[in-house]
Write a protein that binds this ligand. Structure first.
Ligand code: SF4
Length: 493
């Protein structure tokens, strides 16, 4: 679908020149520019993709039609406060002293609001990725690669998850040309919801897709651990009490031991003489019982007995019942000590098995989460106002709401407008690229019209939202039901 040009173009032979980014492509008739976002259609420069407008009457089955549309209403289910003009497909202005492609106004709850809409070009852009797995994916700071090129690095572990930092200006523009191109391609695929394969130096091969389970070394992750080994002991100690004498919850971070743990002490559980490998932290909590890996509880072990020493003969007894279980309940084994105090594997008793099931039940589905992160630079802000710092202040003062394709963003404290957005909340194909290389992402700034005027906005470019919505190139979409309506005010949900 095509839409009206938003930028200037000039003829040169039969080609036209796109000036929507610094690449300044010459585009032949019928062809697109280097980014596939603009095309030459019969000598006219057009933005190729449809311009997305969110219409929340569609989310309600398309049945809610305001009665005051006026006599010439043509039946389209759009109205000021019910439709939100996103930046997806809106185009970009370059250089940025030009006003943003669309600056639209609509009355919402009796207040004139304005939304400034543009597809921002972000060199300072990347993705923060959370992968719900305990499995070892690679050492901290290890390079994350696509096609052999470093596109990011491993950061740290969060609770039940491993974190990656991908992209960013150093990979996009600070390395070789190939590194920049591969990084840009990988980010674009990931942000647009596609699966991307990564290889980590000294670690795992991953397939990551936003909102889908991660695949680690070919195995799809199903569950996110219920907690560390110590937390698991705390959560389930009562359910084990009386059914088993000792429980070890194997975990790469903190392995828990019931009889030594405070939870076991409070329940009066007898000392068992168990001896653990690894470094004792506090009672019943052990670090480094094994190396990180793809085995039990994110360790490299496949035989859980390998993390136990010999039982203390003064405290242990033949017949002692021992449950070994991982933090997801995926791995478990039940053992009884023989006459020589050696654990012998036995079938898990029927009354104990539900506790293993309970651990599994408490594990949430493992997912990959991708947050696009970028900084709306000084020049992008100039497309909104002639005095860019006022926009920043207005965002910090919560007068201006920032959205990304209508999705809510988190704006970092401190200077600038550095934001993060969950890519699964952005309309599909919301992200693009230009070969500088840089990511293109939708960004909208919504604020009261009076405040826009006060911060030096481009008032002579404000036009009614309806004039945008009624164009042929627009595609209306229902917004996600679980995100706040971007035009809502405090008195409107
Ligand atoms: S890369 Fe895309 S936006 Fe940039 S000049 Fe070429 S066609 Fe226009």
């Amino acid at each position: 679908m095509a839409q009206e040009p938003t930028i200037t173009a000039r003829a040169e032979d039969d080609k036209i020149r796109c000036d929507a980014c610094p690449v300044m492509c010459y585009i032949r008739p019928g062809l697109t520019g280097a980014c596939d976002r603009y095309a030459n259609r019969d000598g006219e420069l057009i933005r190729v993709d449809p311009h997305i407008v969110l219409d929340r009457t569609l989310a309600q089955g398309g049945k809610v039609v305001p009665f005051d549309r006026g006599g010439d209403w043509d039946g389209r289910l759009v109205a000021g406060g019910e439709s939100f003009v996103t930046a997806v497909g809106s185009g970009t202005t370059y250089p940025d002293y030009k006003p943003a492609p669309f600056i639209v106004s609509a009355e919402v709850n009796g207040v004139d609001m304005v939304t400034v809409v543009t597809e921002g070009i972000f060199s300072y852009a990347g993705a923060k990725v959370k992968i719900d797995t305990d499995r070892f994916i690679g050492p901290e700071q290890a390079a994350v690669r696509v096609d052999g090129e470093a596109v990011g690095h491993v950061t740290t572990s969060e609770y039940g998850s491993q974190m990656l930092s991908l992209g960013g200006v150093h990979h996009l523009t600070g390395g070789s040309k190939k590194e920049g191109r591969v990084t840009c391609d990988a980010l674009l695929e990931l942000c647009n919801g596609k699966a991307v394969e990564f290889a980590i130096d000294g670690g795992a091969k991953l397939v990551v897709q936003a909102g889908k389970p991660p695949i680690v070394n070919g195995a799809e992750e199903a569950r996110m651990r219920v907690g560390c080994g110590s937390a698991t002991i705390g959560m389930f100690a009562k359910q084990w009490h009386g059914k088993v004498d000792e429980v070890v919850v194997v975990d790469d971070h903190i392995t828990g031991v019931l009889s030594e743990h405070q939870a076991g002490k409070l329940l009066g559980i007898r000392d068992t003489g168990i001896r653990m490998k690894g470094r004792r932290s506090t009672p019943g909590r052990y670090f480094q019982v094994a190396e990180p890996g793809l085995g039990w509880g994110g360790t490299n072990i496949s035989d859980p007995l390998s993390i136990l020493g010999a039982f203390d003969a003064k405290l242990a007894w033949p017949g002692l019942r021992l449950l070994l279980v991982s933090t997801t309940g995926e791995h478990y084994g039940y053992y009884v000590l023989d006459e020589n105090l050696v654990p012998v594997e036995t079938e898990v008793p029927a009354d104990l098995y539900p506790s293993v099931e309970r651990i599994r039940e408490n594990c949430e589905p493992a997912l990959s989460s991708v947050l696009f992160m970028a900084g709306a630079g000084g020049s992008l802000r100039a497309g909104v106002t002639e005095n860019p710092v006022r926009l920043t202040r207005s965002v910090k003062d919560s007068i201006t709401r920032v959205t990304c394709g209508g999705a809510p963003v988190y704006v970092w404290p401190g200077g600038g407008i550095t934001f993060m957005v969950d890519v699964t909340r952005v309309p599909e194909h919301g992200f693009g690229y230009v070969p500088t290389p840089a990511l293109v992402a939708p960004i909208e700034f919504t604020l009261p019209l009076a405040a826009y005027e006060a911060l030096g906005g481009h008032m002579d470019h404000v036009r009614p939202a309806a004039s945008v919505i009624e164009r042929e190139a627009v595609r209306e979409m229902a917004p996600f039901s679980d995100i706040p309506w971007p035009l809502s005010t405090r008195s409107q949900g």
